[in-house]
Ligand binder design. Structure first.
Ligand SMILES: [Zn+2]
Length: 206
């Protein structure tokens, strides 16, 4: 699955089809956002969109890496996020892979000063290669478009992920979008993260 392959794909006239490449066979349900981002009691009303097996299977590792990233960044801000951090990140992924734990601590953990709406704040920041974050955000966007805008052909579009400082206007827009995408009960929120780009390494920080 490459960006070039994605932008050359043609949207089939019939649904269901893979929301990334357009294939109509070997379709599987993909949860958007991934099911593993939610504790078991918050998985009932998750959105699904079809992905073919070929597009779906390589995403498992990215989803797990993204979960480590978002959970580590926002574990303290919600009970559900804390559950994911304790049970899935500490209790599962990092326990299973001491090598990954070492890489995260040595390469991806930074002490930084971040700009939040109320001013600068010191934080521990976990970074992720942009090559992983951007395709993930692009994929979720396509899944939402497939689901909420069935008549719109996004297969010919280019998707750029643009970073904007979280000023009041940006915060309000994001919150409004999040509310409009939410299908389940209003307390279904697990993570709320800001995606930024670190100036030194060009990695993504949360
Ligand atoms: Zn596909």
């Amino acid at each position: 699955m490459t960006d070039i392959a994605q932008s050359n794909a043609v949207r089939p006239t019939q649904r269901p089809h893979c929301y990334i490449c357009g294939a109509t066979d070997k379709l599987e349900d993909d949860h958007i956002p991934p099911k593993g981002f939610f504790p078991p009691d918050k998985r009932d009303s998750l959105l699904t969109a079809p992905l073919c097996h070929r597009c779906h299977s390589p995403l498992k590792k990215t989803d797990e890496a993204m979960r480590v990233w978002v959970a580590t960044a926002s574990a303290t801000s919600s009970k559900a996020g804390r559950w994911i951090f304790d049970n899935k990140v500490i209790g599962s992924t990092l326990k299973r892979s001491p090598k990954l734990r070492k890489i995260i601590i040595e390469k991806h953990l930074h002490e930084v000063v971040v700009q939040i709406p109320t001013g600068p704040m010191a934080k521990s920041l976990i970074t992720m290669p942009q090559g992983r974050v951007i395709p993930f955000i692009r994929r979720l966007t396509k899944g939402f478009l497939y689901t909420y805008y069935p008549d719109y052909d996004y297969f010919q579009d280019n998707f750029n992920v643009v970073y904007r400082l979280p000023n009041t206007e940006v915060v309000n827009t994001v919150l409004r979008l999040a509310r409009s995408l939410r299908r389940g009960p209003s307390d279904n929120e697990v993570f709320r993260i800001w995606h930024g780009i670190t100036a030194d390494t060009r990695n993504s920080g949360a």
